[in-house]
Write a protein that binds this ligand. Structure first.
Ligand SMILES: Nc1nc2c(ncn2[C@@H]2O[C@H](COP(=O)(O)OP(=O)(O)OP(=O)(O)O)[C@@H](O)[C@H]2O)c(=O)[nH]1
Ligand SMILES: [Mg+2]
Length: 364
């Protein structure tokens, strides 16, 4: 299984930087030169500045139209770079990481996603995006709603992470971002690490691709971990990985089509009866009634780690809140704009031109 992580914009490249730290193949794309320089782990030749002619390397200030244009202008160069990274060997999944609320990531990600789908029809394109905090105001919410709509038409799945969940931590914002970025990377990295390795019942790349090929609907990655000595019934820990704090997204898991679950830990704790109890419960709960599973008993382990993936989700309060707020705003904005235009016309109607009042001032 070969994955390429492509970070777009500041949030996205910070997440890609953490993936690079744990040895994933990465690429970082931004309109801000400074933000690219600030990265620590993505190799320098894998950092791409886009839209320099448009922005002078200074970012697009949450304007997704500029973000989109920057990506379009430099798309041939980016696609050549990706082609040189891919070489002859296929890339199974492109993970595009970004923040939904800014300009570079929100505007540029759908452009790149579409180009990748056209150029690499056998590969999956999975968007991993952070949803804006409510306090950030209306612009990030609108950027997010429109970007969700665009990605839902080109990406295979959208893994949305709700930043509003950060608030529950009480950390300062920088720390909270760092923590959530770390969490995303830990979950995806743990999941990918368990694909194509030996185990009791194993998951392979085609299982993961099957689950993530979900016509641009939402997906979420859950996680639970505990010390093996503390576990009385593993089924409880499995169910916990599907709960709200496990998932980082307010979503109705019953609306999911597919699930995937990977369990790693000491053999004496991975009891078949506990595992099947939880799996039967979950299989019946989700709409698509299919859960792929992998068990990886490892006598050297003292902890049990569970990574879950649910896809095909179409009921999510986090997403609905954003879409409804953006639509309401757009409607009232359009009405206000029409009113302003009508009022302006009414106010200025019947005014003469200068020539009507000052005739003959200029000799022709
Ligand atoms: N989870 C997480 N969210 C972030 C992080 N940084 C920014 N965000 C969110 O992402 C959105 C802003 O996106 P950025 O990535 O900063 O913007 P950008 O894509 O670089 O675009 P411009 O700065 O406008 O050029 C906001 O909604 C933030 O809440 C981060 O490190 N982690
Ligand atoms: Mg930026």
């Amino acid at each position: 299984m070969r994955a390429l992580i492509i970070g777009i914009g500041q949030c996205g490249t910070k997440i890609a930087d953490l993936f690079a730290l744990v040895d994933f193949e990465t690429l970082a794309i931004n309109t801000s030169k400074g933000d690219l320089e600030y990265l620590k782990h993505v190799p320098h030749e894998r950092r791409i500045l886009v839209g320099e002619s448009l922005t002078g390397g200074k970012g697009v200030n949450a304007n997704p139209i500029l973000g989109r244009e920057a990506m379009k202008r430099d798309l041939p160069m980016i696609m050549r770079k990706i082609d040189s990274i891919a070489g002859r060997e296929d890339i199974d999944i492109f993970f595009l990481t970004f923040g939904f609320g800014g300009g570079t990531g929100a505007g540029g990600t759908p452009v790149l996603a579409e180009a990748l789908k056209n150029e690499y029809p056998e590969s999956l394109v999975v968007a991993i995006g952070a949803l804006p905090l409510k306090e950030e105001g209306i612009r990030p919410t609108i950027n997010a709603a429109i970007t969700i709509d665009k990605l839902s038409k080109v990406a295979d799945s959208i893994i949305a992470i709700d930043n509003n969940k950060l608030r529950e931590s009480g950390d300062d914002i920088g720390k909270a971002y760092e923590r959530i970025n770390y969490t995303i990377v830990e979950r995806i990295a743990s999941l990918l690490a368990l694909i194509d390795i030996p185990g009791e019942q194993t998951l392979d790349g085609s299982d993961l691709k099957f689950v993530l090929k979900a016509f641009g609907s939402f997906a979420t990655v859950g996680y639970a971990k505990d010390d093996a000595s503390r576990i009385k019934n593993l089924s409880r820990l499995i169910l916990k990985s599907f709960e709200s704090e496990g998932l980082y997204l307010e979503a109705n898991i019953e609306s999911a089509l597919y699930g995937l679950i990977a369990i790693h830990g000491p053999p004496e704790v991975l009891k078949a009866s506990d595992i099947f109890e939880a799996l039967n419960y979950l299989t019946n709960k989700i709409k698509g009634k299919q859960i792929f599973r992998g068990f990886y008993p490892d006598p050297r382990e003292r902890e049990v780690e569970i990574v879950t993936l649910l896809s095909g989700i179409y009921e999510s309060k986090s997403i609905e809140d954003i879409v409804i707020t953006a639509r309401k705003y757009a409607q009232s904005f359009m009405i206000a704009k029409e009113e302003a235009e009508a009022k302006k016309k009414e106010l200025l109607e019947g005014l003469p031109d200068f020539d009507d009042i000052y005739p003959g001032e200029v000799n022709e």
